[in-house]
Design a binder for this molecule. Structure first.
Ligand code: SF4
Length: 417
């Protein structure tokens, strides 16, 4: 197996996804060309709906990193970041985006036209340290951009109280005032309700799509998880709802007709932590041994609902909980979520990606490993890698560990190896 490889996709929706990705980045560049204000922001918060409601263009530098990984641009971006003196131990998203914005960011050789320069930066005061530092770097790189310093309480989901929500609501109003001031555009609250309704529909469809993976055999695997692109970049749009409806119909039909990913699904696997964006083909590696990755940590990020009648509070809640649904969550909560997923998706074994460049999601994995074994009798294996840097990943080590792990799981279930 090569170190960098694309995944084999089987859903018809995968083709449509390619078009959506191209259209989104074209739209971002078109916005800049026609003078529609462009704002760069971290993913998974309630600002995206406000941007779409105000006809502003949201751009997600973190999401650009998997695109760079897929197009093989990360080595050159890392080299620039290394040259600027940043440590190679930092988060791969930070290293990639730093190198990208300090390189030939809009060169004609950059796929999809690259990212348009930001008019606005939403600099987060919460989330993990690297995500905050990414925006500090961007502020220095784009001194002309207007900066909104968001201030949200860093509070575990299970500890959110009324005063946290009230404070987040006041921050959403401060954001709306800031955007009105710097763009001269007013927010139409009826339009915001429509956008939040679309966002809520996307979340409901997302949950429904994921629920079909509980079927045995599962109708699609983690190799198709790129569908989350619409949840990151298109929440609050009809386009996202239409795409997810088509995905839902396709996976429902597959699930109900017993059409699995491979002919004979023998082992159901859970993937913990971020995928290796430069080698999504890893998710297909298990298939020759009858293994299918039917659930993963990342997909929990959009398992939430929004009340369109109360849109500002809904977005405040989204901002408080969607990032912690994946990272910045207590070890106890993370353990609870992984165990819940392993129960619900009838998992036989878990792959724990010990991600060198994402400490927040890697923290607590030994506790999770122990809990899986003791409470569910689910064995797990640790894979050392990095979600962005292939230099921190050994194919040989991966194959050796996975082959032995799969052999043990197959034997446990009484299958031939
Ligand atoms: S959560 Fe992990 S991957 Fe995401 S920005 Fe923070 S350190 Fe990087």
């Amino acid at each position: 197996m090569e170190k960098t490889r694309k995944s084999k996709k089987r859903l018809k929706a995968a083709k449509e996804l390619n078009r959506l990705v191209v259209d989104y980045y074209l739209e971002c560049n078109e916005a800049k060309a026609v003078g529609r204000p462009v704002g760069w922001m971290p993913p998974m918060n309630g600002a995206i709906e406000i941007f779409y409601a105000m006809d502003l263009q949201p751009v997600f530098p973190e999401n650009w990193s998997p695109v760079c990984a897929a197009f093989g641009l990360t080595p050159q971006n890392f080299e620039i970041t290394d040259g600027l003196g940043y440590s190679r131990d930092l988060c791969g998203y930070l290293r990639n985006i730093t190198g990208y914005v300090h390189g030939e960011m809009n060169d004609e050789r950059i796929p999809l036209g690259g990212l348009p320069e930001p008019d606005i930066l939403l600099s987060p005061g919460g989330g993990c340290i690297p995500v905050m530092k990414i925006f500090h770097i961007l502020e220095r790189r784009f001194p002309e951009a207007k900066v909104f310093y968001a201030d949200l309480p860093q509070v575990a989901m299970e500890k959110i109280q009324r005063h946290h929500i009230d404070y987040a609501v006041s921050e959403m109003h401060r954001l709306i005032e800031f955007l009105t001031e710097v763009t001269g555009r007013e927010l139409d609250y009826d339009r915001l309700k429509e956008v939040v309704k679309l966002s809520d529909q996307a979340c409901a469809l997302w949950d429904e799509i994921m629920s079909y993976r509980r079927f045995v055999p599962a109708p699609f695997s983690a190799a198709e998880i790129g569908i989350m692109f619409v949840m990151v970049t298109r929440q609050g749009t009809q386009e996202a709802v239409d795409f997810l409806t088509a995905v839902r119909d396709e996976v429902q039909e597959k699930a109900e007709s017993g059409t699995g990913v491979i002919e004979e699904e023998k082992i159901r696997l859970f993937w913990d932590n971020i995928p290796l964006w430069y080698n999504m083909g890893l998710f297909n590696y298990f298939e020759k041994m009858g293994g299918v990755v039917v659930a993963e940590t990342y997909s929990a990020a959009w398992s939430l609902r929004l009340d369109p009648q109360n849109p500002v509070e809904a977005l405040a809640m989204k901002s408080l909980i969607s990032y912690p649904l994946v990272s910045c969550v207590s070890v106890e909560k993370r353990k609870e979520m992984v165990l819940k997923a392993c129960r619900e998706y009838s998992i036989d074994g878990a792959i724990l990606h010990r991600n060198k460049s994402c400490v927040p999601i890697t923290l607590g994995q030994m506790d999770i490993k122990k809990a899986l074994e003791v409470e569910l009798g689910v064995p797990s294996v640790i894979i050392d890698a990095d979600h962005m840097d292939d230099q921190n990943f050994s194919v040989a080590q991966f194959e050796t560990r996975v082959d032995a792990f799969m052999e043990m799981l197959l034997e446990k279930k009484g299958h031939e190896w």
